[in-house]
Design a protein around this ligand. Structure first.
Ligand code: PDD
Length: 286
């Protein structure tokens, strides 16, 4: 079925949607994005994604393409038009184009390009991969220094996923100066003796919307959470590990660099957090 997508004020069949070849998102990766999940036809944590989008735009001196209320309406309309029960809404804002290639930013009145599309993912919540758990490899983090801004510079994360696939694994965790930063497209955690450990927020990692919710829910459930730097060896010696993201929620990790964690199956804390998170996400979806 042809999807209906959104481009700069218009709802169009995906085959008819067009963006200029001079768009700075295309030429310079001069664009930011958000991925919002959909459960039961409703948006999960729209507010969090809208706030982070505004922050990414501000950090890059990019203008807002429309108001938050308009963004919500576009999200909802696309979900409805495409009949999405479980899936994702992808949103991208680029600095637009003034019709040529130039390293210098175009003038501030150049309209940004706003593109949104849906991805239908039946079984996103009841994901068999979450029952099995993910196997990960560790690789060096060679991304740029402002990972807190959600830009579309995703070549290295993509390469990381491919390295993982080649190694017969599902994903990669990135390591910088000996410490784990995050996963290719998720935040990283390990659990030892009941305590959840994850890296503190900084410019070195994306400030995950799911991370924020999961940390709050973990504390509310009287779980112990510690934010500190950690090494891949600590994670390998952990009882369990997991990742969080809008596209996979809480995903148990069962193996790191060929070393099985615990008994090599999803751990009880990761499973419980996935359950609690999905439960609350459904209740607060809009
Ligand atoms: N990725 N870290 C990185 C590098 C990410 O790309 C993502 C999200 C996260 C988790 O953030 P959140 O909980 O807000 O989704 C952490 C999205 C899902 C993606 O690129 O598809």
């Amino acid at each position: 079925m042809t999807r209906t997508v959104y481009v700069n004020g218009e709802y169009l069949p995906e085959t008819e949607a067009k963006v200029s070849i001079f768009d700075r998102g295309f030429l310079m990766a001069d664009a930011v994005y958000e991925v919002t999940s959909v459960l039961d036809g409703k948006l999960i944590d729209f507010e969090g994604h809208a706030v982070r989008l505004k922050r990414s735009l501000d950090e890059l001196d990019m203008s807002e393409p429309c108001t938050k209320e308009e963004l919500l309406e576009i999200h909802r309309k696309l979900v409805e038009l495409n009949g999405i029960d479980e899936g994702l809404v992808y949103l991208q804002v680029s600095r637009g184009s003034d019709g040529d290639r130039d390293f210098v930013f175009p003038s501030a009145d150049t309209p940004p390009t706003l593109v949104l599309f849906t991805q239908n993912k039946p079984g996103l919540a009841d994901n068999p991969a979450a029952r099995k758990g993910a196997k990960i490899i560790s690789i060096e983090d060679i991304r740029w220094g402002r990972r807190d801004i959600k830009t579309v510079q995703l070549l290295y994360p993509s390469m990381g996923k491919m390295m993982a696939k080649k190694a017969g694994c599902d994903d990669a965790w990135l390591v910088e100066d000996g410490f784990v930063t995050e996963g290719t497209s998720n935040n990283a955690y390990f659990v030892k003796a009941g305590k959840i450990v994850t890296r503190p927020l900084s410019n070195n990692i994306l400030h995950g919307i799911t991370r924020k919710a999961v940390m709050r829910l973990a504390k509310e459930a009287q779980m112990e959470v510690e934010e500190r730097l950690f090494t891949i060896d600590e994670a390998k010696a952990a009882d369990e590990a997991f990742t969080t993201s809008a596209s996979a929620f809480v995903m148990p990790v069962v193996e790191i660099d060929g070393v099985a964690l615990g008994d090599g199956t999803p751990g009880p804390i990761a499973r419980r957090l996935r359950e609690i998170y999905l439960d609350e996400a459904r209740k607060t979806a809009i």
